[in-house]
Design a protein around this ligand. Structure first.
Ligand code: FAD
Length: 399
């Protein structure tokens, strides 16, 4: 594996850096908490990229992809991480989009792919249920055929940002008598404005609102919203999950996070010395950097495989585990660095219009506690890390 970037790749980096500097919406600045963004904020960069033709780089060119190599896509994600860009959300671009262009009908492609590319249509993911997370195949939401409609009943949960969603993709049971639970599941597209769809907020540990319960009561959906074949939804669901996991390592963003942590630790004083010069703290930051460098090499190796024509396989489970452990460690060390300034929980005060309370600590401490709490999610979503270990045990180690 060659780790050097070629002159063409360097030139590509210059091109995308210049484009980002000229076009990234200034008002988004260096966002602290993503859950504070409005729908328009989330979509602002997506829409600019849609116009440029860069919103769905990984898609086949016939559907609007850029034709970039995996290395170019890696450079693209690094350059966006440099400015902490609010990227197009994965639900349309990396999840349902690839399912639709791979398994969907021509009508579905024509109807749904343009809105995903342009950022005009927001999608949410309706997989998990209160009794079906890791054991997704035990899901109970049903879709019963009634003439040229399905009638859907059930409850989904943890539906991320469904409060903004125009459309959702839902796994529903269409055959309750199938021999195995994986059989008899279908992948159905639902217009979130259909009567009977109800989205209810779940408040998280960090006080934010980014996940929901989604209730479906006698929701009538035209049969043409079924993707692929009836009862074959499990195949499409698994295809989607492999795509979901491969983007989850977040190496470029974590590299930037380490830089920021170093800045904070250089500013925080302990016994008259900058914290970063404290031997024990510096050791922890170095260990994190070593782990991150190892993850980066693993990701580049996976990219080299992709460049040679291999799709995302079980290696994406390794990237997911290590990537999320590093993201969580970063938030732990940031919390440690800002110390007691992380304790006053003044996010709500700071964001409350009209408040004249002074922040208690430096700016960088403002969201340290919330970010720490929020990032606990990363080892759970996209398939928990324990489940990823099971996949590695079976698929890679062959045990
Ligand atoms: C912030 C957030 C956003 C999410 N967004 C979405 C979304 O948009 N759409 C959606 O459909 N879902 C979403 N999810 C749901 C997510 O996919 C599930 O939470 C996840 O799959 C785990 O399922 P569960 O919560 O039911 O936990 P369980 O499956 O009940 O697991 C509980 C614990 O047991 C462990 N465990 C379970 N089975 C095994 C096993 N066989 N071996 C070893 N350990 C095991 C798990 O690792 C976990 O630690 C989101 C979750 C979170 C936290």
């Amino acid at each position: 594996m060659n780790l050097e970037f070629t002159p063409e790749e360097q030139a590509f980096r210059d091109e995308v850096r210049a484009f980002i500097e000229a076009n990234y919406p200034k008002h988004l600045g260096d966002v602290g908490l993503r859950e504070d963004l409005s729908r328009e904020d989330f979509l602002a960069w997506h829409k600019i990229l849609g116009e440029k033709g860069w919103s769905v780089p990984a898609w086949p060119e016939q559907y609007g992809g850029t034709g970039w190599t995996p290395t170019q896509r890696y450079i693209w994600s690094e350059e966006n991480a440099r400015v902490n860009a609010v990227m197009p959300l994965p639900f349309g671009v990396s999840m349902v989009g690839p399912v639709i262009y791979t398994f969907g009908s021509e009508e579905q492609k024509a109807k749904h792919l343009p809105g995903i590319r342009s950022g005009d249509v927001w999608w949410c993911q309706g997989y998990s249920e209160p009794g079906a997370g890791s054991d997704l195949a035990s899901l109970k939401t049903t879709a019963v055929r009634d003439g040229d409609h399905y009638v859907i009943n059930g409850q989904k949960t943890w539906t991320t940002l469904a409060q903004y969603a125009d459309w959702g993709f839902f796994l529903c049971r269409t055959d309750t008598d199938a021999a195995k639970p994986q059989e008899g599941i279908s992948f159905i597209l639902v217009d979130m404005k259909t009567p009977g769809v109800e989205v209810k907020p779940i408040k998280l540990l960090d006080g934010g609102y980014e996940v929901n319960e989604t209730w479906l009561t006698d929701v009538r959906v035209p049969v043409e919203n079924l993707v692929g074949e009836e009862n074959k939804g499990w195949t499409y669901a698994k295809f989607l999950l492999a795509h979901e996991r491969s983007g989850i390592a977040g190496v470029a963003r974590s590299k930037r996070g380490v830089e920021k942590l170093r800045e904070i630790a250089a500013n925080e004083m302990v016994d008259g010395e900058p914290l970063i010069e404290d031997f024990e703290f510096a050791r922890k930051v170095s260990q994190l950097e070593i782990d991150l460098a190892a993850l980066e090499i693993t990701e580049l190796r996976t990219l080299a495989g992709e460049q040679a024509g291999k799709g995302p396989g079980p290696e994406s489970s390794i990237l997911k585990i290590k990537g999320t452990e590093i993201q969580q460690r970063l938030t732990e060390l940031t919390l440690e660095a800002v110390g007691s300034y992380a304790a006053p929980y003044y996010h709500s005060i700071a964001n409350d219009d009209g408040s004249n309370e002074y922040p208690v600590g430096p700016d960088y401490s403002a969201h340290a506690a919330e970010t720490y709490f929020n990032m606990r999610k990363t080892s759970i979503y996209g398939g928990s890390n324990e489940i990823q270990r099971n996949i590695i045990t079976k698929m890679i180690l062959g045990l």
